[in-house]
Design a protein around this ligand. Structure first.
Ligand SMILES: [Cu+2]
Length: 779
């Protein structure tokens, strides 16, 4: 049995353990990434971001990959190796620890003209409930919390260009840019090293998190070039711990906050027993990350490649650099040729070729798009007889959305079920409607933890979504490809690719072997899953009764300061996401609109938060939309900004793009609980993500008001009506027209300045991000 917390801590110096002795491109068994355990005290780590040659099992050696090099201690060993790992070790942190990281940026990146340049980078711990503020390291110089407003220029380059912070400028004011302290700078450029210190609370939710660079404008490129890794907090069995947590505990009267807890404890106890008895649970970390490479010709016997680098994003004022950058990034999206959506909704290659783990344009077979699983290309996963497996699945790439399926290679292929236990590091309640899914959509940043089991006790042995224990069955873990826009001109088409092969071994002899059931008594048989379908059109078509045309746009009425959000009032935060391509007139604009908003229906009647809470508690019939679909979003400034003849300046005013050194777009009072209404006004899918905190989705409406949507992005999350359940999220898919109603608490360690944004990193870098300031409650 292997469980994360019990894994022997290895690591120290991350010398390339994978050597060239195996056949680089032959069949190979999946290998878990190594685990680095961090326990207080003394769990300090060093992390270097650097470039080098990575050995990628299933492919070969790849030069020029960006990688994290994780070591123990507080000093960087002197060594001359340029080996990097595409998949760094999983950083596994015990709750109640302080994780201290000394980060060094050793990256040289290439601009669109091919010139190598120093660059900026930093670290973000996605999903962790830690402070944005630094603290406690006065004896060792500045230390920061999870603060994206601090960046490090390439070590030794002495060449930061950024953000008016001044590189070592004596005029640089003291203070932490994530602190909101008076006089603190809004951004800071450190020279080479950044010290981070993260206190992981004893009651931090267990689960899968990840880390990646977050320098504004550069995140997409750095993650695309290979920089990201997994973090694990706590213990898999602690995912029982779903209620009354540090953040967003749903203590609103009437929500029956802890009702599910006892049932889940029982179920997990049953699982723990089966695990202890048989030693039959294998745990795997499957991090999905894509890179692009070109094949080098020099060594035919040993395949060798070079990273096709995502270029440094140019200064927008530099017209020719901008054009070259656009050409290169367009080429990335078309590396496997055009993709078309067939009548069945499946994507198909028109000019491209797909083989396991990779695809390419048929005319350019040496330029490849590679889809790795924990740094390996198309590994083989063997599920031993009598064993079940826990798979921690994480999308740790920049832009690609995965639509995961586990399909048998039989005469009549079947889709096997993933038994979902946790989503984005938050456990699912036990009887959560239909926990078995045969398709899981992971937008960038999303994680899911699933059990892979054979048909067993408590499950109908003839169920089509599981494997008969007496049979050997081969399957493929694949992404089905996905279209993220309402039509072929909007959004992206991501390729269908096989990611791994999976072999379920047969039990020896007749199926006599004891197959531990991981279904607790009472959890019931598996329910077959229906296909995700397009949401039903709205039953009520929006017909604005308030005469929006006669109202005039007045930007002075938008407020986004602290306010009192009560269940008996109709006040919420309205957060609208939009992007639009104005072509020659203004380019592609991305932004987020924020306002304190009074909810009214089309007839001008008040809608109280309490009405929506009540709505979200009941499961609706499929055809029925939520009351949040009836909220009038009419607004004269929005009309002006988004109408047919809107000009880019008006659009950018209503949906401002992120500014690194701007004032917060929204200010909240520490300790408050807020209700947010997220609205996607655009024609493509986005993925809302907020730093430092998690949120509870109280209700959602995906009907898009009757206009076309893109249901593929929603995937499994659309199968049951949302979701006034106590599942804490740190990202949530917003398909076109979607309205998502959620509750966020700004308690615990959230004082300071941080961001929320779309986690498609292209969108984030182009400005779909906003700053929130959490201030001390006014006296
Ligand atoms: Cu987006």
């Amino acid at each position: 049995m292997i469980l994360a917390p019990l894994l022997v801590s290895t690591v120290a110096a991350a010398v390339g353990r994978r050597t060239d002795q195996r056949r680089p491109d032959g069949p190979h068994a999946f290998e878990n990434p190594r685990i680095v355990d961090v326990q207080a005290p003394g769990g300090d780590l060093t992390i270097r971001a650097r470039r080098g040659t990575a050995f990628v099992p299933g492919l070969g050696e790849v030069e020029g990959v960006y990688g994290y090099y994780v070591g123990r201690g507080d000093t960087f060993p002197r060594e001359g190796s340029t080996t990097v790992e595409l998949m760094p070790p999983v950083i596994s942190v015990a709750r109640g620890s302080t994780l201290r990281i000394r980060f060094r940026n050793e990256l040289l990146t290439t601009d669109a003209a091919g010139k190598k340049q120093p660059t900026e980078s930093n670290l973000h711990t996605h999903g962790l409930l830690v402070s944005p503020k630094g603290f406690g390291a006065a004896d060792r110089g500045r230390a920061y919390g999870d603060c994206i407003f601090v960046v490090a220029s390439t070590s030794g380059s002495n060449a930061g260009h950024a953000h008016g912070a001044g590189n070592g400028s004596p005029a640089q004011p003291p203070g932490d840019p994530c602190s909101l302290d008076p006089g603190a700078p809004l951004v800071r450029l450190e020279n080479g090293d950044i010290r981070y210190s993260y206190v992981i609370p004893p009651d931090h939710p267990s689960g899968m998190y990840w880390f990646h660079p977050h320098p504004h404008g550069l995140s997409e490129g750095q993650v695309s070039n290979g920089l990201s890794g997994l973090m694990w907090i706590g213990n898999f069995w602690d995912t029982a711990y779903i209620k009354c947590r540090i953040t967003a505990s749903p203590d609103v009267a009437g929500l029956a906050a802890c009702r599910d807890q006892e049932a889940q404890r029982e179920e997990l106890e049953a699982e723990r027993r089966s695990d202890a008895a048989g030693g039959s649970l294998e745990v795997r970390y499957l991090g999905f990350k894509d890179i692009q490479v070109s094949k080098l010709k020099d060594r035919p016997d040993q395949p060798r490649f070079r990273l096709i680098e995502f270029p440094l994003r140019p200064d927008p004022a530099d017209r020719s650099a901008k054009d070259a950058f656009g050409d290169q990034t367009d080429a990335r999206k078309n590396r496997c040729g055009k993709l078309v959506v067939g009548a069945s909704g499946e994507l198909a290659y028109v000019e491209g070729v797909s083989v396991p783990g990779q695809c390419w344009h048929e005319q350019h077979p040496d330029q490849r798009w590679i889809f790795t699983v924990s740094g390996q290309v198309h590994p083989r996963i063997t599920v031993k007889a009598g064993h079940s497996e826990v798979w921690h699945l994480a999308n740790i790439g920049a832009d690609v959305t995965y639509r995961l399926r586990l399909e048998t290679l039989e005469e009549h292929p079947r889709r096997l079920a993933f038994d979902v236990r946790a989503l984005d590091g938050a456990a699912f309640p036990p009887d959560w409607t239909r926990r078995r899914h045969t398709e899981i959509v992971l937008m960038p940043g999303a994680r899911v933890e699933v059990l892979i089991q054979r048909c067993g006790q408590g499950t109908d042995a003839s169920s089509p979504d599981c494997v008969d224990p007496s049979r050997r069955v081969e399957a493929r873990l694949r992404t089905a490809g996905i279209a993220t826009g309402v039509d072929a001109d909007s959004g992206d088409q991501w390729p269908p690719v096989d990611l791994a092969s999976v072999v379920f071994e047969a039990a020896p002899g007749r199926s006599r072997a004891f197959i531990p059931s991981l279904h607790a008594p009472g959890s019931g048989p598996a329910t077959p899953e229906r296909e995700p379908s397009s949401p039903a059109p709205a039953s009520k078509v929006s017909t604005p009764l308030r005469s929006a045309e006669s109202a005039t746009c007045d930007y002075r009425r938008y407020q986004a300061g602290p306010a009192e959000f009560r269940v008996d009032s109709n006040l919420v935060r309205l957060i609208r996401f939009n992007n639009r391509d104005f072509g020659e007139q203004g380019g592609e604009l991305f932004g987020i609109h924020v306002e304190n908003f009074r909810m009214l229906d089309q007839a001008g009647r008040s809608i109280a938060v309490a009405d929506l809470l009540a709505e979200g508690r009941v499961a609706r019939p499929e055809s029925q939309t939520s009351a949040i679909g009836s909220i009038s979003l009419e607004d004269p400034c929005w009309r002006t900004a988004t109408g047919e003849h809107a000009d880019p300046a008006q659009f950018a005013r209503f949906y401002p793009a992120f500014k690194m050194d701007g004032d917060p777009n929204l200010t909240a009072a520490h300790g408050e609980q807020e209700y947010w209404l997220l609205v996607n006004d655009s024609d493509e899918c986005h993925n809302f993500h907020i730093h430092q905190t998690k949120f509870v989705v109280l209700d959602a409406d995906f009907s898009a008001g009757g206009r076309p949507s893109a249901a593929q992005c929603l995937g499994d999350r659309g199968l049951a009506p949302p979701i006034n359940r106590n599942v804490l999220h740190d990202n949530y898919p917003l398909l076109p027209g979607a309205r998502v109603f959620l509750m966020i608490r700004f308690d615990a360690a959230k004082l300071g300045r941080f961001v929320f944004h779309c986690h498609i990193l292209e969108h984030e870098d182009k400005g779909m991000m906003a700053t929130i300031g959490v201030v001390d409650r006014p006296p």
